[in-house]
Design a protein around this ligand. Structure first.
Ligand SMILES: O=C(O)CCC(=O)C(=O)O
Ligand SMILES: [Fe+2]
Length: 322
């Protein structure tokens, strides 16, 4: 399989450069989302050391026996928080009905920047560093998310501050995902994470160089591997942002493939995903710079929170009988 030649956008000149350099970054950022819907972002300012320590700590969390992890599984059916063992989620269900469960387990945090959610999110005390690192990561990701919202505004020919109010108390879901080694062959059609679109605005993904990774479908219908660039984030457009931009920015189908069967040694993979977006109350109606007389709005306005929740419910309801 061939690699997808995703654009690499160094955003450091946007964070500390002159207006000309910032405009140039905005152009590259926008062009990536208009063509493939994906960009690889470097120069993002999130400390590599924090990413590394969190990665190692999450690895230790998932390495624990199942009964130490399921105490953090919430009781509700559509689980947007806590520990989700293999078997709960089947993300391709959002597209195509029944599919076998995804071969991943996850630890999910719902809006962990909101103090009122401290009591409803789960904060395992083993490994002891986990809670503090998740909180530090939350701060870094929200800062990056606000920078990306400003960069998005420039790239979409809007005033730089256009999204600031909607991102003052943004929506944020952190999803730490472990894709275990596969000693037994998956079922037909079963993947590490089935094909899907992301639901929100921008997804910020720290991926891992392990085999069996992120694949993106190109315009000809061919699946291509996302390159793994050290100390970068893969950023992609979700359905909500495609809708907001009247499809000027593209929400592209992607999946996580299984590792090749002939590899020896562990193929486990861990990724750290952040689904970011405006506040849940934000009305998503076609942006002024994305419509004209020849290009009228394609979608009805929708509240951000209602839209994303409907997608999450669909991905968890494996069958009506559950
Ligand atoms: O783990 C990955 O590389 C991608 C995960 C993903 O697409 C998602 O969580 O929406
Ligand atoms: Fe995704």
């Amino acid at each position: 399989m061939s690699e997808f030649d995703l654009p690499i956008v160094d955003i450091a000149p946007f964070l500390d450069g002159d207006p000309q350099a910032r405009a140039q970054v905005a152009r590259a950022f926008g062009a990536a989302f208009e063509t493939t819907g994906f960009a690889i972002v470097t120069g993002h300012g999130v400390p590599e050391d924090l990413a590394r320590r969190l990665y190692d700590t999450m690895t230790a969390f998932f390495d624990q026996p199942m009964e130490r992890k399921t105490v953090f599984t919430p009781p509700e059916k559509a689980k947007g928080r806590g520990y989700l063992p293999i078997g709960i989620e089947s993300v391709a269900k959002t597209l195509s009905g029944e599919t076998p469960p995804d071969l991943c387990e996850a630890l999910v945090y719902a809006a962990p920047h909101r103090p009122e959610n401290d009591a409803t999110n789960y904060w395992p005390d083993d490994p002891p560093a986990l809670a503090g690192l998740v909180r530090a990561w939350t701060g870094e990701i929200n800062t990056l998310s606000r920078h990306l919202a400003r960069l998005s505004a420039l790239a979409l020919d809007l005033p730089e501050e256009y999204f600031d109010a909607d991102y003052a108390d943004p929506s944020l879901t952190l999803r730490f995902v472990n894709y275990p080694d596969q000693p037994e062959a998956p079922k037909p059609g079963q993947l590490r994470y089935g094909e899907h679109h992301d639901y929100g605005a921008l997804t910020i993904l720290r991926q891992d160089a392990a085999p069996g990774g992120l694949e993106i479908r190109d315009d000809t219908g061919v699946w291509r591997e996302a390159p793994v660039v050290p100390d970068s984030f893969v950023i992609n457009v979700g359905d909500l942002l495609a809708r907001w931009t009247n499809n000027r920015w593209r929400s592209t189908l992607h999946r996580v493939s299984n590792p090749p069967r002939d590899l020896t040694g562990s193929t486990r993979r861990l990724s750290m995903v952040a689904f970011t977006g405006p506040n849940e109350r934000t009305q998503i109606s076609c942006l002024p710079s994305c419509q004209s007389a020849e290009n009228p709005p394609l979608y009805q306005p929708v509240a951000c929170g209602d839209y994303v929740l409907s997608k999450i419910r669909a991905s968890h309801e494996l069958s009506e009988a559950d």
